[in-house]
Design a protein around this ligand. Structure first.
Ligand code: ADP
Ligand code: MG
Length: 244
């Protein structure tokens, strides 16, 4: 097995003439948990969206699971199946039940028979402790429940890497814990994870490494203990004083 799950080398990205990512260099090992934080607008979402090619970079290289993300659409399709993503706003299909949300990609993309897809979906819904809601529609669930369904849906494609973009930022405070618990369990199971989050207690307990972005650059990268207890960048010290 490859030791490296994700490699970004000298990555530059622009939105028209706005230079959003600047000389990003980052390696994520298999099984590693990386937390990404930084002020709003610093490029966190853009960076993780580049990892599954939801956004295109203009210079430098990105390799995911040994495959380079370039213009070859076969590469993109392969990577999308191996990289799950969970968004701040859940993005569930509102007209499908919880169960159908978790079987759709399996039957459509992986061409699994319905009963097999359902058994995988139920196993994952059980894992995120929401199997009893399988026949409901997303709109009938709380935000925390919807986000756990979104995690189960991503896992249904058996991804090797999971990307999380502020998965708890849209949740009421009492629901944050149930989602972080599920993410923590996923981490213990060995999943490779990149999480944009400002949940600093989660970062401290789950992350192997934390990076801080500001104005499109990675300006600090460290183990959680060093990152939180001995931040060297003044910008990071400012940021931590606001979120902690
Ligand atoms: P973060 O996730 O850290 O808040 P983003 O990656 O969403 O930051 O955005 C970084 C910068 O890029 C912001 O200034 C934002 O306004 C800008 N931006 C994000 N998406 C687009 C887009 N599709 N087109 C133009 N500018 C964008
Ligand atoms: Mg963002």
């Amino acid at each position: 097995m490859l030791e490296t799950a994700i490699t970004l080398r000298n990555v530059e990205k622009y939105y028209s003439d706005f230079h959003v990512l600047k000389d990003i260099n980052l390696t994520v090992r298999n099984g590693e948990k990386l937390v990404v934080c930084g002020p709003s607008g610093s490029g966190k979402s853009t960076m993780i969206r580049c990892i599954n090619h939801l956004e295109e970079h203009q210079a430098g290289s990105i390799h995911v699971l040994g495959v380079e993300l370039n213009d070859d659409v076969r590469n993109i399709a392969r990577i999308r199946q191996s990289v799950g993503m969970v968004f701040q706003q859940f993005n569930l299909f509102p007209h499908l039940t919880v169960l159908e949300n978790c079987t759709l990609a399996q039957t459509l993309v992986s061409r699994k028979p319905q009963d097999e897809a359902e058994s995988v979906a139920m196993e994952l819904l059980t894992r995120v402790r929401i199997a009893d809601q399988a026949r409901k529609y997303p709109g009938q669930l709380s935000g925390g429940q919807q986000q756990r369904v979104a995690i189960a849906r991503s896992l249904s494609m058996r991804p090797k890497i999971m990307l999380f973009d502020e998965p708890t930022s849209a949740l009421d405070p009492e629901m944050v814990k149930e989602v972080l618990e599920v993410m923590g369990e996923l981490a213990s199971d060995g999943m490779t994870m990149v999480c944009v989050t400002h949940e600093m207690a989660f970062a401290r307990s789950v992350a192997d490494r934390v990076i801080f972005m500001d104005h499109g650059r990675i300006v600090e990268e460290n183990t959680p203990a060093e990152f939180f207890d001995h931040p060297s960048e003044p910008r990071l010290r400012d940021f931590l004083s606001q979120v902690l």
